[in-house]
Ligand binder design. Structure first.
Ligand code: SF4
Length: 383
């Protein structure tokens, strides 16, 4: 089975109000030592025999902030260290960081897919969320990428940003469809303690326009509107948050949901070899120090028990609209966990009778009109 490689670049220009990722704003002089450390980590890993690599995803953070020469160095190091037969090489980019010259250098470095953090086409929403780009930047970025020869662009939208209304959401979906990217992600805003906006909203405060966040039902309506409009426009809905024109599903991200192996390099990057999961130190300074001292940046190692594998097969596999082959899961796990499988069968039947799950032959899947409550369904199924 081919391997995916993920490279984490945890730097941003500013911190968006809703962001709950481990990213930070640092001075540009920190970029080069970080890139050197990532390349050393790649070289060290590549010294051990691995399966061929067919996908690379450079994400963050805002990797497009790096000098294109840094990104080219990472790609060169990958090709020199692994057997790389790259079908998909994605770079995450923020619209305001893209110039025609940078886009051309990314293509020369080997990137063939750009995931553009568009989020919204409404300038008021973008400003309130602390984004650096505006609507016009998205159109300019797409033009530069197309001119450079990029034929695979992913755009994303966030449903639930402060000030979002049914009209502004419709306009954002309209504009996105006008661009007609090959791939689309639609995320629902997460309100949790991990972001400034989430904390403010939970505390009932008004900073970051927290009181202008649409309510949950409205956010769910936004998602449903997008789902219907994308389907009418020919996009295949293949994962809860992801759509692609035919032939443009994200090969790399599919590995996560199908539990295929991937290696992550950089601060906070996660890896999975089929039996074990591990993650690097989150703090970039600590990560660089570990690499420079020749020690492993890996911090959390978790060998999966068969029961954990069973749970993962379900909650990751059910994120895919095609669902999971439950007959295969039964064959594989019933001999070892007969009681657990009996309980799962009962729960599946109950969720099916309530309309949350559907069954077709041996496959079970989330009902398409219940995707907005997928987390609750997973809790009911596995909790
Ligand atoms: S949302 Fe993206 S660009 Fe904004 S701070 Fe988070 S990682 Fe950076």
């Amino acid at each position: 089975m081919s391997l995916g490689i993920y490279i984490q670049v945890p730097f941003c220009q500013t911190k968006c109000t809703y962001c709950n990722f481990h990213t930070g704003v640092v001075t540009r002089d920190r970029y080069q030592p970080y890139v050197e450390a990532v390349c050393r980590e790649i070289e060290k890993s590549g010294a051990v025999p691995h399966a061929p690599v067919d996908t690379v995803y450079v994400g963050g953070g805002t990797p497009s902030l790096l000098d294109p020469a840094h990104l080219a160095k990472i790609m060169d190091t990958l090709r020199a260290s692994f057997r790389a037969e790259l079908l998909e090489a994605t770079l995450e980019a923020d619209p305001e960081t893209i110039t025609p010259a940078k886009a051309a250098e990314w293509v020369a470095a080997g990137f063939n897919r750009i995931s553009l953090g568009s989020q919204s086409f409404d300038d008021r929403e973008l400003q309130a969320a602390g984004r650096m780009h505006r609507r016009a930047d998205i159109f300019g970025a797409v033009e530069s990428l197309r001119a450079a020869g990029i034929r695979n662009i992913s755009l994303d939208l966030i449903a639930g940003l402060p000030h979002q209304t049914p009209e502004s959401w419709e306009r954002s979906v309209d504009e996105l469809l006008r661009i007609r990217p090959e791939h689309v992600s639609v995320y629902m805003l997460e309100i949790d303690e991990g972001s400034r906006l989430g904390r403010e909203s939970l505390a009932g405060g008004s900073r970051y326009s927290a009181r202008s966040i649409p309510d949950d039902d409205t956010i769910a309506d936004f998602y449903e509107t997008a789902r219907q409009r994308l389907a009418s426009a020919g996009y295949e809905h293949y994962e809860i948050s992801n759509w692609g024109l035919p032939g443009h599903r994200s090969r790399h991200n599919l590995k996560y949901w199908l539990r295929e192996p991937y290696l992550g390099f950089g601060a906070g990057a996660h890896s999975f070899d089929g039996m074990m999961r591990w993650a690097n130190a989150h703090d970039p300074a600590r990560y660089v120090a570990c690499i420079e001292q020749g020690s492993s940046p890996g911090e959390q190692f978790e060998g999966l028990t068969p029961m954990q594998v069973l749970d993962e097969e379900l909650f990751l596999g059910l994120r895919l609209l095609e669902g999971v082959d439950f007959a295969r899961i039964e064959r594989e796990f019933t001999p070892e966990f007969p009681a657990r499988m009996a309980s799962l069968r009962e729960r599946i039947e109950r969720l099916q009778s309530l309309g949350f799950l559907e069954r077709e032959g041996s496959r079970i899947r989330l009902a398409p009109d219940r995707l907005t409550v997928s987390n609750e369904v997973f809790v009911q199924l596995l909790g």
